[in-house]
Design a protein around this ligand. Structure first.
Ligand SMILES: Nc1nc2[nH]cnc2c(=O)[nH]1
Ligand SMILES: [Zn+2]
Length: 451
């Protein structure tokens, strides 16, 4: 006997970007009354709701259209630090001072596995509440803290690509490892967690400033032995950082070359920031098809600079968005999209005019592609997992007003990026499972509570 899991037909106003709006002006697809047939967590068919209802009469119907609801693909955060959730908002310092005074003292506290578990839970709920369904997560320096992270990630239902962060110089002694330990610890974690549930592993040296050549070689040994794990690190974030890396690696052509010489660059590499790249570095990234994780709120908070998006696009380097919590100012990819648009505007003629379609693409499909998960998630195409976020504005909010009066879907999408926050995230699914649902008590129902 064949077992068919029950099918659900989601009825919703949907928006997604199955194509790349940087190359295709009609990439944004919207449907006011769509039906998505989901079975076993996978989108099996889609189309106008009436036709879908007639074609699949046995499916349960879940109507998500009320209260100006809009269904988007789940957001993909390509750069976010799990140990930093409690220190979001440490404003006013540039990168190296912020690391010394704010980030690293907190990261040292994750030596305590009980502490790490609480932080992991707070972090994962922050992601889910923001509508993020997939994240490339910069982990902790402590293996124990990574075990609890992967346990909690499994319970959360989110897709996570994460790894133990390794460094062997210039941070603080309790955060340092050795190349041998980094290799052995990484291998053990990969064997325990890579491909378990919805988790994958990412080999994660913190940045070349805190990594010897031997440590980068140990990381490369892991990526050679386990070719489908991802690699992630930081790149070209801050001029003082870049100068220090130049001095620490006199034999390297530039910052990117420190990773390239070790053999760490590939289609499965994601490098965060790249605010100050050379043309040579962009060419090498494009040749490897390794992606840049653009983190505009963090770049603003740390004063790192204005991301040269046009130069990345011209060179052919894939770009996606990251929140970079905790230098970044929160978990919302909506806010990152808005900040990216602001910063491109500030670049004047060198900037890229980002439309709502670009922002949606950068927050969803581009991230899935950067993580080499483009066949699984990132948009609502048939065959993809049902990873979705339902945005439904709080009653009485400015977002509700603008959505009610928006003349077309593009303006509605622009309003979601301009006004939407985690408070507007009503429900989130990963692989058809609900991973977050806004509770009734979170919803302010009366716009004028005092009459
Ligand atoms: N923004 C940011 N940059 C880094 N470079 C090395 N570590 C970090 C970090 O934790 N945050
Ligand atoms: Zn970072």
């Amino acid at each position: 006997m064949t077992f068919f899991p029950p099918a659900t037909l989601y009825r919703a106003r949907i928006m997604h970007t199955p194509a790349d709006p940087f190359g295709d002006a009609s990439a944004l697809q919207t449907q006011e009354d769509a039906g998505l047939l989901v079975q076993g967590g996978v989108i099996r068919a889609s189309g106008p709701f009436d036709g879908m209802r007639a074609g699949f009469p046995v499916a349960d119907v879940v109507d998500l259209r009320g209260g100006n609801g809009v269904l988007l693909p789940g957001f993909v955060d390509t750069h976010v630090h799990y140990p930093q959730v409690r220190i979001i908002g440490g404003l006013g310092l540039p990168l190296l001072e912020w690391l010394d005074r704010v980030a690293l003292p907190e990261e040292a506290r994750l030596a305590d596995t009980g502490y790490a578990r609480s932080v992991a839970r707070e972090f994962l709920s922050g992601l889910a509440q923001a509508g993020t369904t997939t994240a490339l997560v910069f982990g902790s320096h402590f293996a124990g803290a990574m075990d609890v992270f992967f346990q909690e990630a499994r319970r959360s239902g989110l897709r996570t690509v994460a790894g133990q962060v390794v460094s062997d110089r210039l941070l603080r002694p309790e955060l340092h490892t050795t190349p041998d330990l980094a290799y052995a610890g990484g291998k053990a974690l990969i064997e325990r967690w890579h491909g378990v549930g919805r988790s994958l592993y990412a080999v994660t040296p913190r940045f070349s400033l805190s990594a010897s050549e031997g440590l980068l070689d140990a990381c490369a040994a892991l990526t050679r032995e386990f070719p489908d794990v991802r690699f992630t690190s930081h790149l070209n974030e801050n001029p003082r950082e870049i100068q220090s890396v130049r001095e620490l690696f006199p034999q390297a052509r530039d910052y990117l070359d420190t990773y390239d010489r070790a053999g760490l660059l590939s289609r499965r590499a994601v490098l965060a920031h790249n605010v100050h790249p050379t043309e040579r570095e962009l060419g090498v990234m494009a040749a490897h098809r390794c992606a840049a994780a653009h983190c505009p709120c963090s770049n603003s908070a740390l004063g790192s600079g204005l991301f040269p998006l046009r130069r990345h696009l011209t060179a052919g380097v894939p770009v996606a968005l990251g929140t970079d919590v905790g230098a970044g100012t929160g978990f919302s990819l909506l806010k990152e999209g808005l900040q990216a648009a602001f910063m491109q505007g500030l670049l004047g003629p060198e900037g890229v005019n980002l439309t709502p379609a670009h922002l949606l693409y950068l927050a969803t499909r581009a991230g899935a592609e950067a993580l080499d998960l483009g066949d699984l998630t990132g948009d609502f195409r048939v065959g993809h997992q049902f990873d979705a976020v339902l945005l439904r504005p709080l009653s009485g909010s400015a977002l509700e007003t603008v959505l009610t009066h928006a003349p077309d879907p593009e303006r509605a999408l622009a309003a979601l990026f301009s006004l939407g926050t985690s408070a507007d995230v009503a429900q989130v699914w990963v692989g058809g499972d609900v991973v977050h649902e806004r509770s009734a008590t979170d919803v302010r129902s009366a716009p004028y509570p005092h009459g």
